[in-house]
Design a protein around this ligand. Structure first.
Ligand SMILES: O=C(O)[C@@H](O)[C@H](O)[C@H](O)CO
Ligand SMILES: [Mg+2]
Length: 403
């Protein structure tokens, strides 16, 4: 079998997605997600201009060699653009290999290690009562794990809170990046009240998660972790910016609230110290942003040596193609923790027909050969690229902060 052609499909059924399609001389094809929210066309160009020409004529079964060729062969290593492009190739090749074997992808990884993949939903509210209600709505739908985010009194446009009415949270906006305000002081005082209210209303018998979204310093994060201990969080995500891996040691010295990090990391080297020094509990690297199935598996194996479990990023800015691939990975990976799940809108689900499904808090990738997600190219063409950016955050005095 040989790779005959490859193409990049950019579509925007409500938000932008980049998909790589690799076609073989035997008629089999595979697809991979290459979406990098707010920087989509950089990955599309990287693939079109620099990667696709290197793929033509290669044996698609040589997934490992092609991965090494694209990684070492670029000379310029790591980073979100490079690793998302390599991930798209890798995911498409696993899709082809599994289709050729006439098996669902998880079978090629080693078979299933569990009956279903526990996923967590996003409960977002403008205030405490609204967030409490939304948590309840997800529990009624059967979710075993829910992430809670809430507006903070006196702080406009907080991360995780939908603008206007409705629960649908989409931070990326058209035009230039939106500006939101941040106050660490208000947040640290408010957060324990939110989780107190959620536990009082819904009890302790479900997993409760929270995303701090890189906003604190280590000592502030330590204080937050301590103050949330009575509410027994499943995890506190991204308490501080992750560039300084060492900073997690200080948080850990002060609190038993578990820590989750890694949605912005792209390689095993980016999270090596976090894992080896046992500074975190969950690693959130994803199929699309961390080099595909081949590389994510390597990260998970390293993590398994140190009691670190997986908790793959799965917001709606990762396409259904990534979700499908992630669910195969999750069904197999021995040190699985949880999988993030936000429902895509109906337009996106129609562009990407998929075999995965949700039932009673668990997802399953389905039994379709490959990763089970396809793209309807005719429908995709009806939604042209629509430039959008993630927001930025500033303090009250205008200082630029981490969003
Ligand atoms: O944990 C999450 O789902 C978030 O951090 C989002 O992925 C981020 O806001 C980018 O859209
Ligand atoms: Mg996050």
């Amino acid at each position: 079998m040989k790779i005959q052609s490859a193409s990049v499909i950019v579509t925007s059924p409500g938000r932008n997605f980049v998909t790589l399609k690799i076609v073989t001389d035997e008629g089999l094809y595979g697809i991979g997600d290459a979406t990098l929210n707010g920087r989509e066309l950089a990955v599309a160009a990287y693939l079109n201009e620099h990667v696709i020409p290197c793929l033509i004529g290669r044996d698609p079964h040589q997934i490992e060699d092609i991965w090494q060729y694209l990684y070492k062969g670029a000379y310029w290593r790591r980073g979100p653009v490079t690793m998302s492009a390599i991930a798209a190739v890798d995911t498409a090749l696993w899709d082809i290999k599994a289709k050729a074997a006439n098996m669902p992808l998880y079978q090629l990884l080693g078979g299933k290690s569990r009956t279903g993949v526990m996923v967590y939903a996003h409960a977002n509210g403008r205030d405490v009562p609204e967030t409490v209600d939304r948590v309840g709505a997800y529990l009624e739908k059967g979710y075993k794990a829910v992430r809670a985010q809430s507006g903070i009194p006196g702080v406009a446009g907080v991360y995780g809170v939908a603008k206007g009415k409705g629960a649908f949270y989409e931070p990326a906006t058209r035009g230039l990046p939106e500006e939101s305000v941040w106050s660490t002081e208000a947040y640290l005082d408010f957060a324990p009240q939110l989780f107190e209210a959620v536990r009082v209303a819904h009890g302790m018998n479900f997993h409760l998660l929270h995303d701090v979204h890189h906003r604190l310093t280590p000592i502030e994060a330590a204080r937050l972790g301590k103050s949330l201990e009575p509410y027994r969080l499943f995890w506190m995500e991204d308490p501080v910016p992750v560039e300084n891996q060492e900073s997690f040691r200080l948080i850990r010295q002060h609190t038993t609230t578990p820590l989750a990090v890694g949605e912005v990391l792209n390689s095993i080297w980016d999270c090596k110290d976090l894992i080896e020094e046992q500074l975190i509990d969950y690693i959130r690297t994803s199929v699309v942003h961390a080099g595909g199935i081949t590389h994510l598996r390597r990260i998970a194996d390293l993590a398994s040596l140190y009691h670190v479990r997986t908790g793959c990023h799965g917001a709606t800015d990762l396409s259904p193609v990534c979700m499908g691939a992630a669910l195969h990975f999750d069904l197999w990976v021995p040190n699985f923790g949880v999988q993030e799940h936000m429902e895509h809108n109906p337009e996106t689900d129609a562009v990407f027909p998929h075999a995965y499904s949700f039932k009673d808090g668990y997802m399953h990738p389905g039994e379709t050969p490959g990763h089970g997600v396809d793209i309807d190219e005719e429908l995709a063409a009806k939604y042209p690229y629509n430039p959008a950016y993630l927001p930025v955050a500033r303090l009250a005095d205008g200082t630029l902060w981490s969003w």
